[in-house]
Design a protein around this ligand. Structure first.
Ligand code: HEC
Ligand code: HEC
Length: 570
């Protein structure tokens, strides 16, 4: 294993420059952000960073092959999820379980509810669509500095093997502890009761980054057509894939995602880089006690406070971890770095802009409780102070490399960001209640995908339903065959509009299927609307080959010949 310094020479050079600068300015030395410290037992190495990056961005890690860690943590939006803003598909109904009431949460869409055979279940709040997290994301950028992670700090310092529960890393390993959570969580990435042996066999059967639409060349050159076993072997010495290794690789990648090249960093080193407004805004920030909690160069005290965003009972926060009544509603202070990229704000995403956050603090928060922090109080800011504070919270805190997606913040283009996602178009035939059955297909039509699920919802419960997929539109009258699929199921659910079902198809491996369009419809035996059959709208998709296969074909390489790539690994 080569050291990380050859991997990111510029980064390490800049660190050396910083350290030199620190020596010249000892007064602020403690304020400067140095790279996060890796725990003893999981040192940063080049190959672990790369494996971690592949795992972090590979949507195949999720049960449905539609969600990677990166799906909810996009660097150019500050390591938070841009989909949370202004998007009905990202709304969680909150503790009252009613949509469009005051306690709704702007979260992140994960996976549709599914079981271990790839079939979909009906989620109470989200039906057959992607389930949504009950909190706004916390940024993965600079997460390496936090002793505990999540809004409530439930990912702690000690990393336990999630299967054996043995201690793998004794301290400083919150990133490792956190990373093994989402993969088996049935809202974020997993099916119901997903086991680690399921995750491991998924990786063993998958070509790394196969469903990504594109990826940084350096990363593809490193993968060079190899299997996950090969990549684990390079990173850990043997090809064994284990949850502990998955956690350690992802955490190692995340440890490199720190930002210390914002104007604020230069300011901390004594440079005169803030505009007069920004500088005045820093004064307001300090005078308003913001810096008491958003403290140090990282701009958080890593502690938990109740600040009156929602009543403490809405989301009990830290109380969930400690059981201490004084912790009701307390959340971990988020770092304010790269803030302007990361709207919406707060644990529930309720504040849409920096302006709204400043107004929230200016009025002393929205709710009270005995444990509310007294520093959150009415501020009586003048218009000028308000706009200066807003100016300080913007540009000065943003690292331009992050905003531009420059290495190490570069990333693959996800399948879900591509035009490969199946579309639904045209019209169908209504059944009971005047409802047209809904066709749902979100999984990647990757050549050879052993479980490509197509679901039907909003139909008559208990009815017989038939899925037909063919080379042309199978039409509004039940056809007698289908080239790609002709599968019937009895719908689950009772009553009008409550019926749902799904079929998990093994897609062919034959490359001749690429370049053709496929068309599918559901036919539901339902005479309720005067006809005999209700028919869904038209599903349309094309199959694609894995990213590496595509490149091999484009570059005219023989499959398996990676010598030219290997030679160009930086
Ligand atoms: C479906 C969206 C989603 C997916 C997928 C997802 N996350 Fe998150 N992530 C969240 C949300 C929401 C939170 C905040 C949850 C909380 O605090 O309870 C979070 C919190 C985090 C944090 C905590 C940061 C901090 O400072 O507290 C880290 C680190 C993180 N995620 C990394 C990952 C990794 C690694 C993966 C993949 C293994 C992943 N996430 C997958 C939504 C997601
Ligand atoms: C008592 C500690 C404390 C003080 C004082 C404080 N904050 Fe906060 N801040 C927090 C906590 C805790 C949160 C998260 C609250 C939540 O989501 O429920 C937060 C959230 C934020 C956020 C949202 C960040 C994100 O990632 O969503 C911004 C912006 C912010 N504070 C700015 C300020 C400013 C500006 C001031 C001064 C006017 C200030 N804070 C004063 C503790 C504090």
């Amino acid at each position: 294993m080569t050291s990380v310094s050859t991997f990111f020479p510029k980064l390490w050079l800049s660190i050396v420059v910083l350290i030199t600068a620190l020596a010249l300015a000892p007064a602020v030395a403690s304020a400067q952000l140095l790279p996060p410290v890796a725990p003893a037992g999981n040192p940063v190495t080049e190959s672990k960073v790369r494996l971690g990056k592949v795992l972090f961005w590979d949507e195949q890690v999720s049960s449905t092959r539609t969600v990677s860690c990166g799906t909810c943590h996009i660097p150019t939006t500050g390591g938070d999820d841009p989909r949370s803003a202004d998007n009905p598909a990202a709304v969680h109904p909150g503790p009252d379980e009613i949509f469009a009431s005051g306690d709704d949460i702007l979260g992140s869409p994960g996976v549709p509810a599914s079981d271990d055979s790839g079939l979909y279940l009906l989620s109470t709040h989200f039906g057959l669509r992607d389930q949504v997290t009950a909190r706004r994301t916390v940024s993965t950028i600079n997460a390496g500095y936090s002793p505990t992670l999540f809004w409530d700090g439930r990912a702690g310092e000690q990393f336990l093997d999630p299967v054996t529960l043995e201690v793998v890393l004794n301290s400083g390993a919150a990133l490792e502890s956190q990373a093994v959570g989402p993969i088996v969580n049935d809202v974020e990435m997993g099916h119901l009761d997903r086991s680690w042996s399921d995750v491991i066999s998924r990786l063993e059967m998958s070509t790394p980054l196969a469903v990504a639409a594109d990826a940084p060349t350096a990363l593809l050159n490193w993968i060079a057509g190899r299997t996950y076993g090969d990549l684990f072997e390079e990173a850990f010495g043997t090809p064994e894939i284990s949850p502990a290794r998955i956690g350690m690789a992802i955490a190692t990648y995340e440890r490199l995602l720190f930002t210390n090249q914002a104007p604020f960093d230069e300011f901390l080193l004594g440079a005169d880089v803030l505009t007069p407004e920004e500088l005045a805004g820093r004064g307001v920030f300090t005078a308003s006690s913001c810096d008491r909690c958003h403290s140090l160069a990282i701009m958080t005290d890593h502690l938990f406070h109740y600040t009156g965003v929602r009543p403490p009972t809405d989301d009990v926060g830290r109380f969930e971890v400690t059981g201490d009544a004084d912790d009701m509603g307390r959340m971990r202070t988020p770092s304010l770095r790269n803030l302007e990229l990361r709207a919406p704000y707060m644990h529930n995403g309720q504040l849409a802009s920096i302006e709204e956050v400043v107004d929230f603090y200016n009025r002393g928060g929205d709710f009270d409780a005995p444990n509310k922090d007294s520093r959150v109080r009415e501020l009586f800011l003048t218009m000028e102070e308000r706009s200066n504070l807003i100016a300080f919270l913007g540009r000065p805190l943003t690292d331009p490399r992050l905003a531009a997606g420059q290495p190490p913040f570069d990333r693959p283009t996800l399948y879900t960001e591509s035009a490969r996602v199946p579309t639904v178009e045209g019209s169908g035939v209504a059944g009971s209640g005047g409802l047209v059955p809904e066709v749902v297909a979100v999984e990647p039509p990757l050549l050879g995908n052993p479980s490509f699920t197509v679901a039907v919802g909003g139909a008559l419960g208990g009815a017989n339903a038939l899925l037909v997929i063919d080379g042309t539109d199978p039409g509004l009258v039940t056809p007698s065959d289908g080239e790609l699929a002709f599968e019937s199921v009895v719908l689950q659910g009772v009553g009008v509009g409550q019926g749902f079902g799904s079929v998990s198809l093994a897609l062919p491996t034959d490359a001749s299927f690429i370049g053709r369009q496929w068309f599918g419809r559901w036919y539901v035996e339902d005479a309720g609307n005067g006809g005999t059959t209700a028919v869904s709208k038209l599903l349309r998709f094309g199959m694609f080959a894995s990213l590496s296969q595509n490149l091999l074909m484009v570059d005219g390489f023989e499959s398996g010949d990676t010598s030219e790539w290997s030679a160009s690994v930086p």
